[in-house]
Design a protein around this ligand. Structure first.
Ligand code: ATP
Length: 473
């Protein structure tokens, strides 16, 4: 793994952001837990997304649908038939790989070695075979190219088989007539099946949107790069229902709106780009990703898709329940078209961590700190009495009382003040508030700013306003 990513992963673990799941049992691949500061950061990101969608945007309401859904949902959505990855096993190492990834990595290697033409024709051949669902052809490509297993070093491969990414489980007792259901691989379907419920009960008029944050599960085979690709993750999705024919305007509008949101959160423009899909999914008539430059390259953080009426139409077909909307402005019934914005909360978390991770070396010293926008920082301020006597701890606690109902505040009185500043830098706290003997006389404190390390004297009565201003948009 990339050196910078390694530093970020160990920082995240050491300072209470992200741990491997069930670590005492050596972890569970592609599953992670969030620690004390991690959960605060993640909640802040989710809340910001939620507020932007349901409060700031016009005509969007939220829902919270269940993870379990009627099995027919996944027939209608296409996930039962086509949510597959082509897999191949090496007979010697018994390791399983994604066949397409093996070929792509081989092509990348050839390209690095200067065989650009060869690499291009290989990826083109792969694309043709995948398009034609010619799995035997993909296997031939792998064996003819002599692509070897990175573990065993042999090219003794099995056939290529499709492997569905959905996790399944049984409902009801196993002895009874149990039926198989799936853990949802995306949150979107919970919105589609509730389209009419929400439209009617919240009295929405097209164009309107439904937003949801929730867990999704995918049995990803290529589980790498920390929380970039997980088996259990959280999605923040919004489906915006529009009149047919207006969808491409809305698509543009949402692509721009979402890009502005990322910029407002402090992600530098140079690290973001839009990437139009060359190959559209069968249900889409336009699609793009917002990509971020992770330490391992530009990769998708958010997808914006124009999904036409595919989902509602398909649910209408399978459920035999009309999914139409009567548009009073044009006196017509229709199935609305849908623009979707879909972002992973964990992937946004990783983006935020990568952006914030700062290693600074000046002539005097070097320091590491997390430069979060104050609005998303897990802890907003640390209240630090410079000594643990003379009534300073009590005075500091009064300040905690003043702030703790509106902000996440930490109180700390152990170790030297310098060490305590360092510790707050490492978790990204924007303000350290030092309480000293002068505080007892004139009710002022020192604010030490994380990014500049500069200090200023401020009246206690000003603290609430100062923090509120810095932590809002
Ligand atoms: P990728 O190509 O990276 O697998 P995708 O195109 O399958 O992603 P979508 O199905 O469009 O992704 O999901 C929307 C968003 O959900 C992605 O942009 C990403 O932020 C997030 N996401 C998808 N799969 C995962 C995962 N396994 N772990 C973490 N986040 C994920």
């Amino acid at each position: 793994e990339n050196a910078q990513l390694k530093d970020i992963i160990s920082h995240a673990k050491e300072y209470g952001f992200v741990y491997p799941s069930s670590e005492i049992y050596d972890g569970l691949q592609a599953v992670y837990d969030y620690g004390a500061y991690g959960v605060e950061l993640k909640n802040n990101l989710k809340r910001l997304w939620w507020e932007t969608m349901t409060r700031v945007s016009d005509n969007i309401v939220g829902i919270d649908a269940a993870i379990f859904m009627h099995p027919t949902t996944w027939k209608a959505s296409g996930h039962v038939d086509s949510f597959n990855d082509p897999m191949i096993d090496n007979k010697d190492s018994k390791k399983r790989y994604r066949a397409d990834v093996l070929v792509e990595e081989h092509a990348a290697k050839l390209e690095n070695e200067g065989q650009v033409e060869k690499a291009r024709s290989l990826t083109a051949a792969l694309a043709r075979l995948l398009e034609a669902e010619d799995l035997a052809g993909v296997r031939d490509l792998i064996t003819n190219e002599g692509i070897k297993c990175p573990i065993s070093g042999t090219s003794n491969w099995t056939d290529v088989r499709q492997f569905n990414l959905m996790f399944s489980t049984q409902v009801g007792s196993v002895a009874e007539d149990a039926s198989t259901i799936y853990l949802r691989p995306e949150t979107a379907q919970g919105i589609f099946v509730n389209f009419l419920n929400v439209q009617k009960t919240a009295r929405m008029k097209v164009p309107f949107g439904i937003a949801q944050i929730g867990k999704a599960f995918r049995n990803e085979i290529v589980a790498r790069q920390f929380i970039f690709r997980m088996r259990e993750f959280e999605q923040m999705e919004m489906q915006f229902f529009v009149r047919p024919g207006t969808e491409l305007d809305w698509y543009q509008k949402w692509a721009d709106t979402r890009m502005r949101w990322h910029l407002a959160l402090g992600t530098p423009a140079a690290k973001l780009r839009k990437h139009d899909h060359e190959k559209l999914a069968h249900y889409a008539n336009a699609a793009m990703d917002i990509e971020f430059e992770f330490p391992f390259g530009f990769k998708e953080v958010e997808g914006i898709h124009s999904r036409t009426d595919f989902d509602l139409k398909s649910h209408q077909e399978y459920s035999k329940k009309k999914q139409q909307y009567f548009d009073p402005e044009i006196n017509q019934n229709y199935i609305p078209y849908v623009i979707e914005t879909s972002i992973g909360a964990d992937r946004l978390f990783l983006l935020t961590l990568c952006n914030a991770f700062t290693e600074e070396t000046t002539e005097e010293k070097s320091r590491t700190y997390l430069k979060f926008h104050p609005a998303i920082a897990p802890v907003k301020a640390a209240i630090l009495p410079i000594v643990k006597k003379d009534g300073l701890p009590e005075k500091a606690q009064e300040i905690v009382e003043l702030l703790k109902y509106d902000f996440n505040i930490i109180y700390e009185d152990a170790a030297s003040i310098g060490k305590r500043y360092t510790r707050q830098d490492l978790i990204g706290t924007p303000f350290c508030i030092a309480v000293d003997h002068q505080t007892l006389e004139d009710n002022t404190v020192t604010i030490r700013h994380r990014d500049t390390t500069e200090q200023e004297r401020v009246a206690i009565s000003e603290l609430h306003g100062r923090i509120a201003e810095a932590t809002s948009f």
